[in-house]
Design a protein around this ligand. Structure first.
Ligand SMILES: NC(=O)c1ccc[n+]([C@@H]2O[C@H](COP(=O)([O-])OP(=O)(O)OC[C@H]3O[C@@H](n4cnc5c(N)ncnc54)[C@H](OP(=O)(O)O)[C@@H]3O)[C@@H](O)[C@H]2O)c1
Length: 333
């Protein structure tokens, strides 16, 4: 297969390029070349999609395209340039307007309004709507397409540092078994992730098979307590957990999901209770094969240790200790 990867220099799109190459496909990747490098053996075409795809690429007979774009104009010009290929478009579960209902899947949850113009505003405000517009462009303009909506993508190379927070925290717990580990919400809260390598392999499968449709891309939901226990096992830890309910975390100034002073993977309920609780029966039937979370954690830890400056978001050790002290005081009071 001749595969065009739009991206190919970071995390997911780089893993797609590497996977396709390893399977013997002929892979061309397009990026500006500012975020990283393509895997060795992949042909790199340096271009800024703000100016559309280079005309020479439109003349090449690509069988499939994998695109991770966020800007509708990028997708519009690329689909117009390579309309005859099978498109695998990487979207997001942020296209869903309903973030509260568990058990949703494509077709059962309403979508956000499409934002058809490129927007440079704060990402969360425009990201999902822009992806809706990108999906529409691909579905309408390409000869065939698979729209894939990932939830939280995790594993070695993750530039966001969210799952990596737990890997780093539990690696520390392996060395300090007597210190409790602060955990958010209720251990029964559902959560789901997908290893970047499993997602990349599936995207290449979908391109090879020219699968038509719209599919979510996450492993089946599991209780957060089970997922964190698996991460701990992958990091060689068996800590004592200190689960803190939402009100206590908010009182201590802890932020959900990502960023400074956050506990990553924490999604306040009920308003975000559907985000990481999708029904992925159709995705598994279409060949998605998630590996055990403990394996992802072990490999992410190896990557983290080998990568100075790798991103880890969330509470610092001092902040966590401060929150634990506040929780104990609150408990006694
Ligand atoms: N991480 C998650 O948990 C998560 C969850 C749901 C969905 N997703 C989706 O998964 C995908 C992640 O993709 P990714 O890991 O490959 O990261 P990404 O940051 O989306 O990668 C963007 C790629 O496009 C290139 N690019 C950016 N601007 C460009 C431009 N103007 N012209 C040409 N190339 C450009 C970048 O290279 P240069 O900067 O060098 O040009 C890079 O190779 C995205 O579609 C994201 O929406 C992620």
């Amino acid at each position: 297969m001749r595969l065009l990867v739009l991206g190919g220099t970071v995390f997911l799109s780089k893993a797609v390029a590497a996977e396709a190459l390893a399977r013997g496909h002929d892979v061309v990747a397009v990026s500006r070349g500012v975020s990283g490098t393509v895997p060795p053996g992949v042909r790199h075409v340096v271009a800024d999609r703000d100016a559309g795809l280079p005309a020479a690429l439109a003349a090449e007979p690509f069988d499939a395209v994998v695109d991770v774009a966020r800007r509708p104009s990028h997708v519009r010009t690329a689909v117009a340039a390579v309309p005859h290929a099978h498109w695998v478009f990487v979207s997001t579960i942020n296209v869903y307007a309903d973030e509260a209902t568990p058990g949703g899947r494509p077709g059962t949850l309403p979508l956000r309004a499409a934002i058809t113009e490129d927007a440079d505003g704060p990402e969360p405000a425009t990201y999902g709507g822009a992806k809706v517009a990108c999906e529409v462009i691909v579905r309408a303009g390409a000869a065939g397409s698979t729209v894939v909506r990932p939830g939280l993508v995790v594993g070695p190379g993750d530039p966001t540092g969210r799952f990596t927070y737990w890997v780093a925290r539990l690696a520390r717990a392996a060395e300090q078994p007597d210190t409790p580990v602060l955990a958010p919400g209720d251990p029964a809260d559902l959560v789901q992730v997908i290893d970047v390598r499993d997602l990349a392999a599936w995207l290449v499968d979908l391109a090879e098979a020219r699968t038509d449709g719209v599919l979510d891309a996450v492993a089946p939901p599991v209780p957060l307590g089970d997922l964190l226990a698996e991460v701990a096992a992958g990091c060689g830890a068996a800590p004592a957990w200190r689960w803190a309910p939402r009100g206590a975390l908010e009182a201590a100034g802890v932020v959900p999901w990502s960023g400074e002073r956050s506990l990553p993977l924490w999604l306040p309920r009920p308003e975000l209770g559907g985000m990481a609780a999708h029904d992925v029966t159709a995705s598994l039937a279409a060949g998605l094969r998630p590996r055990p979370v403990a394996d992802t954690a072990r490999d992410t830890l190896a990557w983290l240790r080998a990568t100075p400056g790798a991103t880890v978001t969330g509470l610092t050790a001092a902040e966590e200790a401060e929150v634990l002290r506040a929780l104990d005081g609150r408990h006694e009071g």
